[in-house]
Design a protein around this ligand. Structure first.
Ligand code: LER
Ligand code: MN
Length: 272
């Protein structure tokens, strides 16, 4: 298993669950110093990030890019894949395609989380899920051209009403034939929605592509009350080798959230 840490470059997301903020150079330097394997980037849009520049940072610090988030498409640009307006859906697809291409150049997958949207206000759940499946299929093909999967993240009930649990998400992916879409399991969302996090991780293991590593209160693991023991046993048993990426609040500050994440990562997943 590999450790990653998030950096947000989106001022509109201020207050959100990202460890580092605003400055890629500083984030890469700090992540390398803490001993992370990779950085997960949350950009305002694809054009805001130079892949050449990020490649330089990766080389200089010996870090990978774990994933690139698309949430700014919603937070900043109000684009959703299930918006009733076809023009908004078209722009949402284009926005994500740009990030899939950027991530692909960095050897990383893109994440679909907040941009999945929701049903209601006249839009049926069935229609929203049909649109979501259609868009995921198109974007997963694009990701495939970079040799990457697309990551789909179920969110808790306060952020979407489409799919809240990992089991439902895998059923959705299977029934729609979305073979190049992998599941992103965020331990914070799972703490709200799942009856049993470790049983769920075992059940969805073949689809699991990425993990957001957070405690019950969305702080660094070790600062909340999630029982890590069964979860660690489950991840070892299923042979998960992907990232555990700290998508957590910078509390009490970025440096402490980062170092506490690495203390927990080493405690639970370190060698020996
Ligand atoms: C949002 O709550 C979240 O978990 C992000 O990873 C989705 O973009
Ligand atoms: Mn997440």
């Amino acid at each position: 298993m590999k450790a990653a840490v998030t950096v947000s470059l989106v001022p509109e997301a201020r207050g959100g669950p990202f460890v580092y903020w605003d400055d890629l150079d500083r984030a890469f330097a700090a992540a390398a110093k803490e001993g992370f394997d990779a950085v997960e980037i949350f950009p305002p849009d694809a054009a805001a990030v130079s892949p050449v520049r990020v490649r330089e940072l990766m080389d200089r610090h010996g870090l990978a890019v774990a994933a690139v988030g698309t949430g700014a498409g919603w937070v900043k640009h109000k684009l959703r894949l299930t918006d009733p307006d076809p023009e908004v859906r078209r722009k949402a697809r284009g926005f994500i395609a740009g990030i899939v291409d950027l991530a692909g150049q960095l050897g990383a997958p893109a994440i679909i989380g907040s941009m999945q949207g929701r049903f209601g206000d006249g839009l049926t759940k069935e229609q929203a899920l049909d649109w979501l499946a259609e868009e995921l299929a198109w974007l997963a093909d694009r990701a495939q051209s970079h040799g990457q999967p697309l990551l789909y993240e179920p969110l808790n009930r306060y952020e979407t009403n489409l799919i809240n649990r990992a089991g439902e998400a895998t059923e959705f992916l299977k029934s729609r034939g979305l073979t190049n879409v992998k599941l992103l399991c965020d331990l914070f969302h799972m703490n709200i929605e799942e009856a049993d996090i470790s049983a769920t991780l075992r059940a969805v293991a073949p689809h699991l592509g990425h993990i957001h590593f957070a405690d019950s209160n969305r702080q660094a693991v070790g600062r909340g009350h999630t029982d890590m023991v069964p979860l660690v046993v489950a991840l070892r048993e299923i042979g998960y080798t992907g990232y555990l990426s700290a998508e957590v609040f910078p509390l009490p500050d970025s440096a402490t959230a980062a170092s506490q994440t690495m203390v927990s990562f080493r405690q639970w997943f370190g060698a020996g």
